[in-house]
Design a protein around this ligand. Structure first.
Ligand SMILES: [Zn+2]
Ligand SMILES: [Zn+2]
Length: 773
């Protein structure tokens, strides 16, 4: 209808093709070019939830409540009421109503005073946008401006401007602001009586003050309802109901739900009057309450803050966003947004690391790693419980969050390669830190946010595909397509490990009465007990939980398992109790295969204990198990031989455990009994090439600043070595058993340290020594 109306007014102008009209027309368009009408009112920002309900409203730049009404929010009844009240011929004139204008002019002349009421909605919009003194010159400018509006905007847009700008007293402007602040609802939900009330206020905002003169307002409202009755525009029933309706209008607080989320959305979308977000209003309230109650119980042990993020795995929509346990609590920094705070991840990056190792064919879940004290070039990690487990499987190492195996895997992959994966997953702080990060990053020596971690875990729930989270209900969702971070197969293996419930990171108080949601999850605790993490997912949701103190204060009781996991379980039980969704299915190239239980490698002829392991077809390691090796010995197994020194007097061939030097060193230090390979034939002349001693102290290439202390020499050797020889700058210092520590006083400067074993194998390292005077 609008198009037609617009066309017809132009036709009317163009049909009168005579000089009298054409020259004013040219004049108008020239003026229009030189004096364009800039219509850019500054609106309040409104942040809405997925269902369109209002979460939060913000004042505009001028500290006004001017909330934007969208076109589809102007319902027929709202439109009709405003037109009946203000401008019946709005859709038929082109900005000015000549008859009303003439009538007003005559009245003004006769009565010597101005009479209002002749203004069209368009003229009113002009005055609301550019208030002027009431003079005849102003009137002429306003007529020109009104024509500009009519030329450049549709009727609906002009009506929309009017609804957005009408004053309601104090700093409230616009129908939607008034509707929300006085009736606590959106304009679409207003009744005829309420709309009529809001339609009559703007003419007399000082005498008709909502909440103050409600009785008087009702009588004025009813006068207008009776006038409407005579026009026959509304149904008689509706008018009768409206006349009976009480007026429940009072000044309400502006909505302030989901504050961290809303403040963030407002800042990120400064010029958007209505930010339509993905948040689910009810889920948000639920998550906020659970978090607040939970943290209230932790205050007695000096833990004050928490943050929770809920992401829908199918849509990647953020459904709940709890930036702190209590936004209002200024003593605990409640306004800090814990979802975006940069913190240490503790062990939460380990699942990605093992996923990468699976994809690179380095490991499969039953592969074994040594959890024994290890010096990684000066970095000697310990486990959370300061206990070492010896040989463990990858799944045990991940489920128990062991540190040494993780550092070893990171060393094998190399930190720089792993950082590339984290960059792909859009870890912002890690991008900035990348040059300074080393092996400790896998134990928490880097910075991440809860948002980044939650997005990472959502990728495990999405076959390893990483995507940006969605905050807005818009079509921009597909701007960045999903990228493959790790394979669907590696994701499945990770999920499978993180679902196991025989693990130490179940909460201490866990018992049979506590409902354990079916989820895959990983906990983390940062150095100094400052951050407790627990991130979990099923097919439906990924939930990230962080608990700690914004002040950075560490707390002895703080750890991921006991402090963060119960809240993670509470949230899952609230949002997805007994989820009907099925569980993750094995990805296409996941196969089951038999491996040796000792090593997780393909069984050799001597591997009697075989177990089933998952593997990625064509990727997972296919090496044959070497958990035992054949050794030639004499009859009473006191000497071993190599092929070059086999005696003619006879020998036997026997299987011995094939232990790595670090495991032997561990067994020796812990006095754990193990089967030793007999020492090698002392008359053997062969010089062994590989498998020489590994010097574990001091560290190759390190600088040492000493004032009187001695340095310790230590090494790891293979199973058949009984003696080692230590040299400093090529001079023999000591001949000893490989496990006995040796102390010496190094000379200053560059020092060469060598260790040779009784098979002639040798290792050299160099250190720099400065002696304090
Ligand atoms: Zn084996
Ligand atoms: Zn030999």
């Amino acid at each position: 209808m609008l198009e037609v109306v617009k066309k017809s007014s132009f036709q009317r102008i163009f049909n009168l093709r005579n000089g009298l009209l054409i020259s004013p027309l040219i004049l108008f368009f020239l003026l229009d070019i030189f004096f364009p009408f800039r219509v850019k009112p500054s609106y309040s920002t409104l942040v809405t939830a997925a269902d369109g309900s209002v979460l939060h409203a913000f004042l505009n730049k001028e500290d006004k409540w001017r909330i934007y009404t969208e076109l589809d929010e102007i319902t027929p009844i709202l439109r009709q009421t405003i037109l009946q009240k203000e401008d019946k011929y709005f859709y038929y004139h082109f900005g000015i109503n000549p008859f009303a204008l003439a009538k007003a002019a005559v009245n003004n002349l006769l009565r010597q005073r101005r009479v209002s009421g002749a203004s069209t909605i368009t003229m009113q919009v002009v005055r609301l946008l550019e208030p002027r003194k009431r003079t005849y010159t102003s009137k002429m400018i306003e007529v020109f401006r009104a024509t500009q509006l009519e030329v450049h905007y549709s009727k609906d847009e002009i009506l929309q401007l009017y609804l957005n700008l009408v004053p309601y007293g104090s700093n409230i402007e616009g129908m939607k602001s008034a509707s929300l602040l006085y009736f606590g609802k959106l304009p679409q939900l207003l009744s005829l009586a309420e709309i009529t009330t809001l339609a009559i206020i703007p003419n007399r905002p000082s005498s008709l003050r909502l909440g103050k003169n409600n009785g008087f307002i009702i009588s004025e409202r009813n006068k207008w309802l009776k006038r409407f009755e005579q026009t026959g525009v509304f149904k008689q029933r509706d008018i009768e109901d409206a006349l009976q309706e009480p007026l429940n209008a009072y000044r309400r607080e502006a909505p302030k739900k989901a504050p961290h989320w809303a403040i963030r959305m407002q800042k990120e979308h400064k010029n958007t009057p209505i930010v339509h977000t993905t948040l689910l209003a009810n889920r948000q309230i639920q998550a906020e309450q659970i978090t607040k109650n939970y943290v209230n119980r932790l205050r007695s042990i000096n833990i004050h803050n928490a943050a929770v993020l809920v992401v829908n795995n199918q849509t990647l929509n953020v459904e709940a966003y709890v930036g702190s346990a209590d936004f209002q609590n200024i003593f605990d920094g409640g306004q800090v947004d814990g979802i975006r705070a940069v913190r240490s991840p503790g062990s939460t990056l380990k699942p990605l690391l093992y996923g990468v190792a699976f994809d690179r064919g380095l490991l499969s879940p039953k592969s074994t790693l040594n959890d024994v004290p290890t010096n990684f070039g000066g970095f000697e990690p310990e486990n959370f419980d300061r206990h070492f487990n010896g040989k463990v499987t990858v799944e045990f190492a991940l489920a128990n969050s062991l540190n040494i195996p993780a550092v070893k895997v990171l060393k094998d992959i190399s930190p720089s390669v792993f950082i590339e994966y984290l960059k792909k997953a859009d870890f912002q702080t890690i991008k900035k830190q990348s040059k300074d990060l080393g092996l400790s990053m896998i134990l928490g020596g880097c910075g991440v946010t809860l948002e980044e971690l939650t997005r990472l875990f959502a990728s495990f729930a999405n076959q390893g595909k990483i995507q940006p989270l969605h905050y807005l209900q818009s079509n921009e969702k597909t701007t960045k397509p999903a990228e493959v971070l790790i394979s669907a197969e590696a994701s499945y293996l990770i999920t499978n490990i993180l679902t196991q419930i025989t693990r130490p990171d179940l909460p201490n108080n866990f018992d049979n009465t506590y409902h354990l949601p079916r989820i895959a999850w990983k906990t983390g605790t940062s150095y100094g007990k400052k951050d407790a993490w627990s991130i979990g997912y099923n097919q439906h949701y990924t939930v990230g939980v962080w608990i700690g103190n914004f002040s950075g204060t560490g707390v002895p009781e703080l750890n991921g398992a006991n402090i963060a996991t119960p809240l993670l379980f509470d949230i899952f039980n609230a949002i997805d109790y007994n989820s009907p969704k099925g569980w993750f299915r094995p990805a296409a190239n996941i196969i089951s295969r038999k491996v040796c239980a000792e090593s997780g490698d393909a069984p050799n002829s001597f591997c009697n204990h075989q177990i089933i392991d998952y593997a990625i077809m064509g990727i997972s390691p296919s090496r044959k198990c070497q958990h035992l090796k054949w050794v030639f010995t004499n009859k009473n197994e006191t000497l071993s031989y190599c092929s070059q020194c086999l005696p003619d007097t006879g020998f036997q061939r026997k299987l011995y455990p094939n232990l790595s030097p670090e495991l032997i060193a561990y067994n020796e230090s812990k006095q754990i009994p193990y089967v030793k390979i007999p020492s090698h034939n002392p008359y053997c002349t062969r010089i062994f090439q590989a498998g020489g001693p590994t010097i574990t102290s001091p560290n190759d290439g390190s600088e040492y600043f000493l004032d009187d202390q001695q340095m310790q020499l230590s090494c790891q050797v293979s199973n058949d070595v009984t003696m080692v020889y230590w040299y400093v700058n090529d001079k023999l210092v000591e001949k000893t058993k490989p496990q006995s520590p040796v102390f010496f006083s190094p000379p200053p400067g560059k020092v060469k340290i060598s260790c040779s074993d009784d098979r002639g194998r040798n290792s050299d390292i160099y250190i720099n020594v400065t002696i304090a005077k």
